[in-house]
Design a protein around this ligand. Structure first.
Ligand code: ADP
Ligand code: ADP
Ligand code: MG
Length: 660
């Protein structure tokens, strides 16, 4: 066994690997960029080595510098995590040449599988069912059109070297191919330095189901069942689970056997993932193989009890697998939510900034439920523009799928983040959707269910009661601090009006009688202090948590995806309140603002210029993504607030129109 392992990665996956090393008694070294000098991974590792400035190309992608760090610290082996150098056969070979062990598959297997065209060829040879298409490189646009028409529309144009959802384009007809082929080729060249493109059939309304495989250096290859990752946005995974609600034991066995056959064909000797798209009819087709640990590996760990990082380390050290296929079984159900720094209310635009508050739900491991949070950040850390915008991965386990979803919903309620925008309310919305709970998944799910984007969810009746109760309890705590108020009725305004009578039940409990409805809400176990962002209690026997923010008037309360502003007033103040003119938000319709912090790449309008609704006015880059900012209405430009090369904050004015 290794004495010391160097981790060539950052963030949550570096922390994840350190945890297993610690348990196995292996010392750890982590390499880091200047941006990560104060990171949790650096704090947790036994040693750390600075390898360069923030951009990955000058730090985490520098194979030579990482190998130097490994030699210098006396590490025996290197774990690459995912992303960065994890699927780089050259890196694996260079380590070997330096007398170090790469904790991953042999370089020939990476070569064979790292490239989508090559891996598809290998899959065909191994008898794996592949997506119908052209297993080869496309020369030019004419060739692309010819192949697309042979396959039949719709088709997918794909970069052979692509990954992370990039370098993919759907074509529904000839024109899409004519426009898309040069575009996807240019994108592939820019992103992956490799412009080889191939074309395959686009499977409509499919599901993404993948098989976890594990091999050793003694010829054993087995699979650890499937994960379903159909909840995707722009071909990138957001929510994953294991097992898949689609599969029956026969289909599972067939997919497992094909994945193992493919892995065997390349003498696969580590953890890896064989990805498939599956039709709703359970037909399935090979997509690609990822020759690394996968982001969503925790759900497999939760249903099998196998620590995949530990197995990768053991097999890299030459140990044979200590269990066989027959020893593996699916136990219960696991869910994973990727907590991203992005603003779901604004088209999921990437967000950055300091985590002013970072309070994840408590992790636990009980016989009937597990909550696990894989994070590489602490309160006060910065989500920077240089890397992946993932804040953490929240995973849950329970004996059944619905129970795992419910544990996830509860855990999301207790996840409190301030600073960067985040997608927790969006994830909670999905957990509460009937279609998701029914398991009717597809990679189109988010596009289908949120066709106009995400705007929060309408409160259910229970949520209306819950928010009313929270507001009354917070109000009672705040007024009790001053003087014991005379018994009086209160008016609760949350859109509509309710008259309530609040009864103090002593220690952390409250009774709220809703007059005119003949109902009484009972809140017990109230856990909240003025100033705390999270309110938790038990409402009519059911535990919950909600975010509570004092507003100029009343409170803003968010429970899962539903949010309301609620006022608690005496009858007299309520009367006055009704007479007040409604407070209108400031008129910003003559402004175009930057929707997120970023760098202005271009701003191509000038004072006096007429602009049409929908016309692009600026490009702002954030998180390595270029966002086109368009005019929302017709207008004439009065002034511009920024120029190419400027850094802008969220809501900073880019363009002001002449007021009509
Ligand atoms: P998985 O396939 O494991 O579910 P992703 O496809 O999201 O996960 O990619 C895994 C990680 O690797 C992510 O951090 C992603 O940003 C990164 N990644 C994947 N492919 C590339 C690539 N070609 N270039 C840069 N980063 C990549
Ligand atoms: P990446 O390397 O970026 O992960 P994949 O080939 O795995 O690329 O594709 C990413 C996602 O795109 C898949 O999970 C699936 O949702 C969708 N996809 C890819 N190929 C097809 C296809 N032929 N038909 C339908 N959807 C596809
Ligand atoms: Mg993929």
């Amino acid at each position: 066994m290794f004495g010391k392992i160097l981790i060539a990665n950052r963030g949550e996956i570096a922390v994840r690997i350190i945890k297993t090393c610690r348990r196995l008694g292996i010392a750890t070294v982590v390499v880091y960029s200047e941006a990560d000098a104060q990171s949790l991974a650096v704090e947790m590792a036994d040693e750390s080595v600075l390898i360069g400035p923030a951009p990955a190309a000058q730090s985490y992608l520098l194979a030579d510098r990482i190998i130097e760090a490994a030699k210098w610290t006396g590490a025996d082996a290197v774990h690459p995590g995912f992303g960065f150098l994890s699927e780089n056969a050259g890196f694996a070979r260079a380590l070997e040449a330096a007398g170090l062990v790469f904790i991953g598959p042999n370089p020939a297997a990476i070569d064979a599988m790292g490239d989508k065209i090559e891996s598809k060829r290998a899959a065909v040879r191994a008898g794996v069912s592949v997506v119908p298409g052209h297993v080869g490189e496309i020369d030019d646009t004419d060739h692309a059109v010819r192949i697309a028409e042979e396959i039949g529309y719709p088709v997918m144009l794909k970069a052979s070297a692509g990954g992370g959802g990039k370098g993919i384009r759907i074509a529904y007809g000839r024109q899409d191919v004519e426009e898309g082929f040069p575009a996807v080729r240019a994108e592939a060249k820019a992103s992956f330095g490799d412009d080889r493109i191939f074309i395959e059939k686009f499977i409509e309304n499919p599901r993404h189901i993948e098989i976890q495989v594990l091999g050793d250096k003694h010829g054993t290859v087995l699979h650890l069942f499937e994960r379903e990752c159909s909840i995707q946005r722009r071909n990138q995974k957001v929510i994953e689970e294991a097992p898949s609600p689609l599969l029956d034991p026969e289909t599972r066995a067939a997919m497992g056997a094909q994945a193992v056959a493919l892995a065997r064909a390349v003498a696969y000797d580590s953890a890896g993932t064989v990805e498939f798209v599956a039709g709703q009819d359970k037909s399935f087709y090979f997509l690609e193989m990822n020759t690394r640990l996968q982001v969503e590996h925790p759900v497999t760990e939760l249903i099998t009890g196998v620590d995949l990082v530990e197995q990768m380390i053991r097999v890299a050290a030459g140990a044979p697998l200590s269990f066989g296929q027959a020893d593996l079984a699916i136990n219960g159900w696991a869910m994973e939510s990727r907590i991203y720094a992005e603003d779901p209310y604004r088209g999921f635009l990437p967000s950055i900034g300091r985590l002013i508050r970072y309070a994840p739900p408590a992790e636990h491991e009980r016989p009937d439920s597990v909550v696990r949070n894989d994070a590489g950040v602490r309160e006060g850390d910065e989500i920077s523009i240089h890397y992946d915008p993932m804040i953490s991965k929240l995973s849950t386990w329970a004996p059944t799928r619905i129970a795992a979803i419910d544990v996830m919903g509860e855990a999301l309620e207790r996840f409190h983040i301030e600073g960067p925008a985040h997608n927790v309310p969006f994830l909670a919305a999905v957990m509460d959707q009937r279609r998701f709970r029914d398991g009717a998944l597809s990679t189109r799910y988010i596009a289908d269910e949120f066709p106009d984007g995400f705007h929060g969810a309408h409160p259910t009746d229970r949520q209306r009661d819950l928010m009313c109760a929270v507001a009354c309890a917070a109000h009672a705590v705040l007024t009790r601090r001053n003087a014991r108020q005379a018994r009086t009725d209160w008016i609760v305004i949350a859109g509509d009006k309710r008259t309530v009578r609040i009864g103090d039940l002593g220690d952390a409990a409250l009774e709220i009688e809703i007059l005119g409805e003949g109902r009484t809400l009972r809140l017990t176990g109230i856990d909240w202090r003025p100033g705390a962002p999270l309110f938790s209690a038990v409402l009519d026997g059911e535990a919950f948590a909600a975010e509570l923010t004092p507003a100029a008037e009343g409170f803003v309360i968010r429970h899962r995806a539903a949010q309301s502003r609620i006022l608690v007033l005496t009858p007299r103040s309520a009367e006055l309140h009704e007479k007040l003119p409604p407070r209108l938000p400031a008129d910003t319709s003559n402004l175009i603002v930057s929707p997120m912090p970023g760098l202005v790449v271009s701003l191509d309008v000038a004072p006096g210029q007429a602009v049409r609704a929908g016309q692009p006015v600026a490009v702002v880059e954030a998180m390595k993504m270029q966002n086109i900012i368009r005019a929302e209405r017709d207008g004439v430009v009065r002034s511009v607030g920024a120029k190419a090369g400027d850094s802008v904050a969220a809501d900073e004015v880019l363009v002001e129109f002449v007021t009509p």
